[in-house]
Structure formats: C-alpha cells, structure tokens
Design a protein around this ligand. Structure first.
Ligand code: NAD
Length: 504
C-alpha cells in the first residue's frame, strides 16, 4: 500500500527487487577487508516508492580513524611494495569480478538512484571501463633522468601519497567511485572512500567484491553523514590527499578544512553548462545533444547543458525539435526497459527542482513544456518531475544562473558570435560547454573562447576514461580521468646523487 493508499504493481515490483538485490548481503562499512557494522544505521530510500531499501551502517568520525589506520597498515605492510605489474593485475582482476556482477550492480544502482535500468547499466559499465583503463596505466608510470653534468646523477621518482580520501556524490555513485579509486590505486595509494548517504549501496558492494584481490585495508568504505564522515576525511591528519566530487558549496568547505593540514585537493564541482546553437547547426543533432545533456539521468548531471543559447534565426525551428524530444520521453518505472526518464534521486532534490520551476515562472520566463508531475497514479509516491522547458529566459534570471540539477531547460537567444560567447561565459562555473555548428573553424574558435574544462561539439558526452575531465573557475580544481588524474595521486621526489671519480 502506498502513502497515498493506492496498491500498485510498481510498489510490489520494487519491494521484490529490494529483496532480490540485497538478499544475503550486509550493507555495512568496509574496513580492513571486513564488514564493519558501526553502531547506528540509516536506510537509503527508493526514489520510486519512498520505501527504505535496506539498513546501512552509519559510520562516524571515529570509524574514519579506524579506516585510516587500516589503510596505513595496508600501505606500509604490502601495497607500497607491490610493483606496477601487481597493482595492474589486481585492478584488472577486480574489474573482471565487477563485470561478472554487472546485473546485480545495475539493479542496486537503479534502485538506489532511480536511474532507468539501461542508464544504470551504462554507468556500471563505465565504472568497469574506468578501472580497466587505470589497470593499463599502472604500468606506464615513469620517472625521469635529468642530465646536469658528469658529477651528478639526477633523477625523479613518482611516489604515492600513502592514504588518500575520496568523497563522492549521489548522482553517479558507482562511476565516480572508480574515478577516485582507479588512479589512486594505480599510483600506489590505499584509500578511504565515503559514498553519499542517499546512494551508498553500489560503493559498499564493489568494496566487498574486492575481497582477496587486494590486501585487506587497501580499499575502505565509510558510509555516513557529510558533515561527520566527509568532514573527518577532509581534515584528517592521516589522509595525505583528498578528492571530492559534489556541490561547489561543500567543495569550498572541504578545501578550507583540508587547508588545515595543507592537504592537496581535487575538486569536481557543479556547473551551469551552456550549449550554443549556431545558425548553421544541424538542428536535429543540436536538439538531440541538448536534450541528452539535460534529460539524461533526469538532469542530475554535473555538466548538464542547462542553458541552450540559440541563434535568433534558428530559434523557433530548434525549439520545435527540442520540444518534440521533451514530449517523447517515457516517464515511468526505472525497472521497465521502456522508461527513459526516472524520478529525481532524493526528496530534497525534488523540493529544490520544484522550487526552481516556481521561481522561473515568478521571474517571468515562459513555461513552454512540463513543470509538473506525470499524470500516472502508479508514480504518485515517487519524486518525479516532467521534462521542463523555459523560454523567454534572460541571463540575469536565477534559473539561468544557478545549478538546478534536474530536467529543467532554459532557452536563451543571441544574434552575434561575441554575444553568445559572453553569455556562455557569464557564470561562476566552468565545467562543460557545447557547440552546435557544421563549420570546423567556428567550432575550434568557440572551443578556444569558452571558459570550460570540457567542450562537446555536436554531441553530449560520452565521458571516456582516457581523457581528463574537470572544470575551471568555481567548477573545480584538478582533473579526474585520463593520465592527468594519476598526477593528482602521486608526488615527485628529486634525487641528486654525487658521482665521484672512480678511484680503483
Ligand atoms: P554534495 O556536495 O551535497 O555532497 C557530495 C558529497 O559530500 C556527499 O558524499 C556528501 O555526504 C559529502 N558532504 C556533504 N557535506 C560535507 C561536508 N561538510 N564535508 C565533507 N563532505 C560533505 O553534492 P551532492 O548533492 O551529493 O551531488 C550533487 C553535486 O555534485 C552537484 O553540484 C553536481 O554538479 C556535483 N557533481 C559534480 C561532478 C563533476 O565531475 N564535476 C560529478 C557529479 C556531481
């Protein structure tokens, strides 16, 4: 029976799926290669039915201390002496075990986040590909010989930090966990990872599935609150590097706390990413790119193309095509393979998105599509919002400036190139930007002029493990993914060796 008193197939299907996905498993912390029960518990809720899925251990800052000790023991005793080939083999073996559990992890991720099952599978596959990539990269690390003269042998070594901390958000929990763990382990560190309280299940499960592949204590997971567990990771004097993905507001706090121990941080934060549709764009491709970039994962995407900046000559035609895609979305049960748009992940995110939809209307934007809940009694207990499109948006409106983190598109118009670039860059953020054009020179000029860490031309995504990913301005510090991420998990030592004349 739902909160609204309606008995529904969807609730039965989900309660059965909770049972199936969690049977015989314990969702506690994972410390020193063992389940770590903790004293309190919390239960992440299914965004479709608002039912608790399973009890999860609520770790504390004391548990972070225990995890950090275990991670140092593992580093000192075994992992720091494991060679690159051993590290590569372990990460690759782990990726293989996770691939064997693809369907199990997909179901957990879909139930926890509300993502359509196909999207959840894509995310878990992305996690596996990321680990495979870092397994390959583990063996490519090199120091350098620096020629300075005959009496000195001078070289550099890359060394791991020791224990690194990771803090991840609720929107791509499995994938982002791999963004942190892949390069951290490949570079020779051990790790303490905190999943978001709303979506901890896959992170805990992938740690359990690492048992006996890595020495105990190499991977530790401490579920719990942001301020308690996340805060304890940010300023722990046993953690030598912190990698955070989440909101810019919390990122700032993490940076401040890490400053107390002068701990380096990688920050992957929020955005208000623009997509510029130039007058020569292939409008079908542009409309698809923008729609993928705002409706995929119900718009809970860090680099969401939440501002479509469209040339006035093609504005009406672009809008027609874009609205057609918005109308075609199938809102429904994420476990149904036909569903293309699931609920928002948390009740509080539902409140936030709903408030922004009200704000947009109060600010004078035109609600061209959506804005409400789907008209389906089966979905009444879920945190669903229709694909929503605002037109007549001006750059100073809050809906055009602030990260909404939901399926809400703002459409603006421009007439001159410089105006479009200025509008796109007029934001505190700078994670991603998109360009729709068929002219190569226009694409490259705009890619250079846009203030963003990532630029997509005529598409949205895909984010591949091979390429650096991250933002400029208040969207972050440092990069995840690619070879560049390895540099954030290792430090350089320079060795000067005096070479005396041989005196035999
Ligand atoms: P959030 O900032 O609320 O939380 C992120 C993580 O930080 C969670 O694990 C949370 O428990 C923890 N946390 C909360 N308060 C903390 C504190 N005081 N100290 C330390 N840790 C704390 O973000 P969210 O709502 O989980 O995720 C959505 C945000 O993440 C959006 O802004 C989105 O753009 C961003 N994001 C960015 C990227 C990227 O690659 N740039 C990727 C995904 C999400």
């Amino acid at each position: 029976m739902g909160a609204n008193g309606i008995e529904s197939d969807i609730r039965d299907r989900h309660l059965n799926a909770h049972e199936r996905a969690t049977a015989n498993l314990e969702f506690a912390g994972w410390i020193d290669g063992e389940t770590y029960a903790g004293t309190d518990q919390f239960a992440p809720r299914d965004p479709v039915t608002d039912d608790p899925i399973v009890d999860v251990a609520m770790c504390t800052s004391t548990d972070v201390d225990t995890a950090v000790d275990a991670a140092w023991d593992a580093f000192d005793d075994e992992w720091s002496t494991a060679g690159p080939a051993d590290r590569a083999a372990a990460i690759r073996e782990w990726a293989g075990v996770l691939a064997d559990h693809l369907e199990e992890l997909t179901l957990l991720e879909s139930l926890d986040t509300g993502k359509p099952i196909g999207d959840a599978r894509g995310e878990v596959e992305g996690m596996i590909r990321t680990l495979e990539y870092y397994a390959s990269l583990a063996r490519t690390q090199r120091g350098a010989h620096v020629p300075t003269g005959e009496d000195v042998h001078l070289y550099t070594r890359h060394e791991p930090f020791g224990v690194v901390g990771g803090i991840v958000p609720w929107n791509f929990p499995a994938w982002v966990a791999a963004w942190k763990l892949g390069p951290a382990l490949a570079a020779g560190n051990t790790a303490v990872l905190k999943p978001a309280k709303a979506t901890p299940l896959t992170t805990i499960r992938i740690a359990q599935l690492s048992k006996a592949i890595f020495p105990d204590g190499v991977i530790n997971v401490v579920p719990g609150s942001g301020a308690g567990v996340g805060g304890a990771i940010a300023d722990h004097d046993g953690i030598r590097k912190v990698s955070f993905t989440g909101s810019s507001a919390v990122g700032r706090q993490v940076m401040e706390r890490a400053a107390e121990t002068v701990t380096p941080v990688t920050l992957e934060l929020g955005s208000k990413s623009p997509f510029i549709v130039f007058p020569d764009a292939d409008l079908d491709r542009a409309a698809n790119a923008v729609a993928d970039g705002i409706f995929y994962s119900t718009g809970e995407i860090c680099d969401a193309f939440s501002r479509a900046i469209v040339h006035e000559d093609v504005y009406d035609e672009f809008l027609d095509r874009f609205l057609e895609i918005a109308r075609s979305h199938v809102i429904g049960d994420p476990l149904d393979p036909e569903t293309t748009l699931g609920p928002l992940t948390t009740a509080s995110q539902y409140e936030t998105v709903s408030e922004y939809i009200d704000t947009g209307q109060r600010e004078g934007a035109t609600l061209a599509f959506g804005g409400g809940r789907p008209d389906d009694p089966d979905l009444e207990d879920g945190w669903y919002v229709e694909p929503t499109v605002f037109t007549d948006v001006t750059p100073e409106m809050r809906i055009a400036r602030e990260e909404i983190f939901g399926p809400v598109q703002t459409v603006l118009s421009f007439s001159e190139y410089d105006e479009a670039i200025e509008m796109a860059n007029d934001t505190e953020y700078g994670l991603a930007a998109g360009i729709g054009t068929e002219r190569t020179s226009l694409a490259h000029n705009a890619a250079a002029d846009l203030e963003a860490g990532v630029v997509y031309v005529n598409e949205y995504g895909p984010i591949l493990p091979d390429a650096p990913y991250g933002g400029v301005k208040q969207s972050g510090v440092g990069r995840d993914l690619g070879e560049e991420a390895l540099d954030h998990y290792r430090q350089t030592k320079t060795v000067y060796t005096n070479i005396d004349e041989p005196s035999l």
